[in-house]
Design a binder for this molecule. Structure first.
Ligand code: KIV
Length: 271
């Protein structure tokens, strides 16, 4: 019998649940390509989200509403080729899960592309979709609070859960999603005390983004934390690097070397 060491085993929804039970924090990242997924996996991040933030950070769309299944599938395949130990979650784009049948059809395409779970935005309104996916054996990551795919209806990127009724609805959404079978819930831009209460109420892990330190885990968009998305920086982002500056310096130095004849030198030439 082959013995696999615990730390070499593939991460599943069960692994994340066990982390919550043990009080271990979950560090998740949204990234979209083979190379970055390999690197993120190498440092032991247990959950990789191929997020539809891809539309803004990589594809140059104004918001996430224009992201298509084809856009997402292309990047899910790239991340899957990295064969990470991390759980690969594919973000379902806007209007691809309007009905349970749509959700099922599109989620199956993600699974064929190498995703091991899908994420969809919303609480009560998407319960049928969640149930259909879970019944079909497709693990689902919920997403409540600020819902970027609904910004047109909700009036922009605003912090959620300030009013008691709003906080109550978030808690209700979280409970209903848990009952419907999601394995974890992303809580985006929610007042910290509300996110903490949700986290303490649920058995499944919560993964916060702009939802304070009381969540079971955190997720950041890779491009945001690396300083590779500079159109705006949300308050919840911590910059761990400024790769835009590094890239600008490298491109400038290269251009200057070519123009001055310094590149290529004998080291880069076949003599
Ligand atoms: O698309 C994305 O990257 C996301 C995260 C912000 C959670 O949904």
């Amino acid at each position: 019998m082959m013995v696999t060491k615990m730390n070499e085993q593939k991460i599943t929804a069960k692994t994340l649940l066990a982390m919550k039970v043990r009080g271990e924090k979950i560090a998740a990242l949204a990234v979209y390509d083979f190379f970055t997924a390999k690197l993120v996996d190498e440092v032991g991040v247990p959950l990789i989200l191929v997020g539809d933030s891809l539309g803004m950070t990589v594809l140059g769309y104004e918001n996430t509403l224009l992201v298509t299944m084809e856009d997402m599938l292309h990047h899910v395949r790239a991340v899957a080729r990295a064969k990470p130990r991390a759980l690969i979650v594919a973000d379902m784009p806007y209007r691809t899960y309007a009905t349970a049948a749509d959700a099922l059809r599109n989620a199956r395409r993600f699974v064929e592309a190498g995703a091991e779970a899908v994420k969809l935005e919303g609480g009560e309104p998407v319960l049928d979709q969640v149930r259909a996916l879970v019944s079909a054996g497709i693990p689902v990551l919920g997403h409540i609070g600020l819902l970027p795919q609904s910004v047109k209806e909700t009036g922009g990127y605003k912090v959620q859960g300030r009013k008691p009724e709003a906080a109550e609805q978030l808690l209700r959404d979280a409970r209903l999603l848990e009952e419907a079978g999601v394995f974890a819930i992303v809580i985006e831009c929610v007042i910290a005390s509300v996110a903490k209460q949700i986290t303490e109420t649920l058995k499944i892990p919560t993964i916060g983004i702009g939802a304070g330190a009381g969540c079971d885990g955190q997720i950041l968009v890779g491009h945001d934390m690396l300083g590779l998305f500079t159109r705006f920086t949300p308050k919840h982002v911590k910059r761990y690097a400024n790769l835009t500056d590094e890239m600008r310096k490298a491109f400038t130095a290269y251009k200057s070397d070519v123009e001055s004849g310094k590149f290529p030198g004998p080291e880069q030439s076949f003599l």
